[in-house]
Design a protein around this ligand. Structure first.
Ligand code: MN
Length: 243
């Protein structure tokens, strides 16, 4: 299975998360929040073939680190995976929305120069704005909306745009999260944890914890875990298949 949104470099104990990745053999997308963290994060997981490092600039850091965009450009051909990127309209960050837009659109534009990027996208309190930008840059790559909490209309809009959705155990702890999951087509679902930030019952999530979502999906779609696992594998292959 998989965890397509995990901040491997930000766990308090690196060895603990590396052990989880190695023993679970899960495919892990190790996202970064600033371009200057990319090299070190690649090093951290070197030798683990089923762990890939993504190059990102997190919207909550856009106003502080937009000076790292030239470094982003320098590194962009080193990886197929881009993230964490996106927009955040939450209190404390909405004030810097112009900086966020500058960073996000710069990155989307840059990705349009390639034909195979896979992007993991943050959209907290900015779901509509994120979709608007994805519409403006349709050739940026395959977008995975991470922990997406939009309206039903926005979910359908995102599906129309070709987006996938990564769902983690923390999303199952809210009624709103569950509602959103019920609108997502089965062929667009993927798994994530957003560890170490996301927690369930106060406990930090590790990549292998993403399998908690499998049973939940089997329940709501009235099927067996094995059917869900097959569907998730198929969805994942669909994303990584060379265009
Ligand atoms: Mn994250």
């Amino acid at each position: 299975m998989m965890d397509l949104h995990c901040h491997v470099d930000l766990y308090p104990d690196h060895q603990e998360v590396l052990n989880d990745i190695k023993s679970s053999k899960y495919y892990v997308l190790s996202v970064t929040t600033v371009p200057s963290a990319f090299e070190g994060t690649v090093q951290l997981t070197s030798g683990i073939k089923h762990c890939k490092t993504a190059l990102g600039l997190h919207p909550q850091l856009a106003h502080l680190r937009k000076n790292e965009l030239p470094l982003f450009d320098k590194l962009v051909d080193r990886t197929r995976y881009i993230g964490e990127i996106g927009l955040d309209g939450s209190k404390g960050y909405a004030d810097y929305f112009d900086d966020q837009l500058e960073v996000f659109t710069h990155i989307l534009k840059k990705c349009e120069g390639f034909d195979n990027k896979i992007l993991t996208i943050h959209s907290l309190n900015a779901t509509g704005e994120v979709l608007e930008q994805l519409k403006l840059y349709p050739n940026a790559g395959t977008a995975i909306l991470h922990w997406f909490l939009g309206t039903k209309k926005q979910v359908l809009e995102a599906v129309e745009l070709g987006c996938f959705f990564s769902i983690g155990p923390a999303m199952l702890t809210s009624a709103r999260g569950k509602k959103v999951i019920s609108w997502i087509p089965q062929d667009r679902v993927l798994l994530e944890t957003d560890g170490p930030f996301a927690k369930v019952k106060g406990k930090i999530l590790f990549p292998s914890d993403s399998d908690a979502v499998i049973g939940y999906l089997a329940d709501i779609w009235a099927t067996q875990n094995t059917v869900i696992i097959d569907q998730l594998s198929l969805n994942f292959r669909c994303i990584v298949a060379v265009n």
